[in-house]
Design a protein around this ligand. Structure first.
Ligand code: SF4
Length: 507
């Protein structure tokens, strides 16, 4: 074996794009090109915790949070254009939605989110009541303000293409600025899950992307770095966050506390409310009733029922808030936003875990989300629901393991078990709403996460697990690729098309 090939096969630590290019030149000379291909060299994870966990309105991170951000980014470009070229003449903005964004955009409020973005609203601070009322009156004209010019915008300026998607991603939206009915410029945005937006022609990671202090691209390389550096997982993640964001440790902890507070509030608000959720499916809120049952179970000493009912109630609470368009945190997406808050609430309220430990636990959960996002996807439109609720359950299993004293191997095993038992799960939301099966699915995700932690913690003295976390992430990616598009947030198969709508009290 020559030196280049030996180096490549032993390559555990990920390298930067710059290093990748330099090493590739080196490899090209000395290595066997048939075996060593540039795509085998992974690029490190540069995602910040605060890109993964974003505060924003429900019901969907890819269909609501992402499009609002895209609308806002496009607004900035239009403002720059007007600064250079003035505002003389008749301007309009046209929006085109493709793939899953078109198929379930109405149910997810994509059209409202884009208009809010054009108004300059951002997900963290948008008024959810104002947002949910947009386009409620047919034919109403809105006048988003671009400096000293207001551009008229109606529902007819948004085109849903249900049959044709010429672009590379299933969640595509195009925004076009028109001057006297002729296109001036356009941007194509891909909403890739969890509220992340990519722009056609822009590479997400560049040499200027802030670099983490300790590079890793999957669990295997993370374990290698931890061992090499003699760090704990929470130390490594904090150092990386400092390097990527430029914030101090105190500032990062303060922002994590804010994320935790929004998650906590979403549970508490959801536990108070009753009634039917919007959207016409006649789905009743059940979190409050479930919590009352949990209290009764506790009173009667039914411990197993009390545990399950509490996790169910907390997950239902946040998921119902999400379905009602209220503020939640992408964890890693809005559709799966109920799982982690439920597990955090259980640890906080019922196990009395201190906030400082929960903050570190959420960092660890975020690491699982980073690895899944980098190596597979967290988008239901790309890989089905295993990428959303499966990822959330995997992150929550890691949280449970960490907060209960598990080491990185146990954390990794808990995350692996939780993800493994979501493989193949389809995304088929009825009427394109994030209600059936999504709300109950979050409750089940929380319970599976708890059980995955127990299964991992119970593995003592029997060696390494047969399947590693990285392997199950790869299997998820392959399984998701094989799924029919009917089961990828298009509401054209499965539960979404098998039964009548609107006649089911609950699901
Ligand atoms: S089925 Fe799963 S992936 Fe699809 S919208 Fe619901 S929660 Fe998201």
């Amino acid at each position: 074996m020559n030196n280049g090939l030996r180096y490549a096969r032993n390559l555990k630590q990920p390298i930067t794009i710059k290093q990748c290019k330099e090493n590739w030149r080196y490899f090209a000379v000395i290595a066997d090109k048939a075996i060593l291909r540039v795509q085998n060299i992974r690029v490190m994870i540069c995602t910040s915790f605060f890109e993964l966990f974003k505060i924003g309105p429900g019901p969907s991170s890819s269909h609501t949070v992402g499009p609002m951000r895209a609308g806002n980014i496009f607004r900035e470009l239009v403002l720059q254009y007007f600064t250079h070229f003035g505002t003389e003449g008749n301007y309009r903005i046209r929006c085109e939605l493709y793939g899953a964004l078109a198929a379930t955009g109405h149910g997810h409020g994509t059209h409202r989110a884009i208009l809010a973005g054009l108004f300059g609203q951002i997900p963290q601070t948008v008024n959810t009541r104002w947002l949910s009322n947009l386009f409620e009156t047919p034919g109403q004209m809105y006048m988003p303000d671009f400096g000293n010019l207001k551009i008229p915008f109606t529902e007819h300026d948004i085109f849903f293409d249900y049959t044709h998607n010429p672009y590379r991603h299933p969640n595509t939206l195009k925004l076009v600025l028109l001057h006297n009915f002729r296109p001036v410029f356009e941007r194509i945005y891909y909403s890739v899950g969890g509220g992340f937006i990519e722009e056609e022609g822009n590479i997400a990671h560049t040499a200027n992307t802030p670099q983490p202090r300790y590079a890793y691209h999957n669990m295997d390389s993370l374990l290698w770095v931890l061992e090499e550096q003699g760090l704990t997982i929470e130390e490594l993640l904090m150092q990386n966050e400092i390097a990527i964001t430029g914030l101090s440790e105190a500032e990062i902890l303060q922002q994590i506390a804010r994320i935790l507070a929004v998650m906590h509030q979403s549970v508490q608000e959801g536990l108070k409310k009753e009634g039917v959720l919007p959207g016409g499916l006649n789905v009743y809120r059940r979190a409050k009733g479930m919590y009352e049952k949990a209290l009764q179970h506790t009173q009667h000493g039914r411990h197993a029922e009390a545990l399950f009912a509490r996790l169910n109630a907390y997950a239902l609470a946040t998921s119902e808030e999400n379905a009602a368009g209220q503020m939640v945190v992408t964890a890693p997406t809005n559709g799966a936003a109920g799982v982690l808050p439920a597990c955090l609430e259980y640890l906080r309220n019922d196990c009395l875990v201190p906030e400082t430990l929960l903050q570190k636990g959420l960092l660890v959960a975020g690491m699982i989300g980073f690895i899944i996002k980098e190596n597979a996807s967290i988008s239901g439109a790309e890989l089905g629901c295993m990428a959303e609720v499966g990822s959330a359950a995997s992150m929550a299993a890691a949280l449970f393991s960490f907060c209960n004293g598990g080491d990185i191997h146990q954390i990794s095993t808990a995350a692996e078990i939780a993800l493994e038992h979501h493989l193949g799960m389809t995304c088929d939301p009825i009427k394109g709403l994030v209600q059936i099966p999504c709300i109950e699915r979050n409750a089940n995700g929380a319970i599976k996460a708890y059980n995955a932690y127990l299964l991992a913690a119970g593995r003592t003295g029997i060696g390494k697990p047969v399947i590693s976390f990285d392997q199950v992430v790869e299997v998820m990616r392959q399984t998701g690729q094989d799924l029919s598009h009917k089961y990828k947030e298009t509401a054209t198969g499965g539960l979404a098309t098998s039964f009548g709508w609107g006649n089911m009290p609950g699901s």
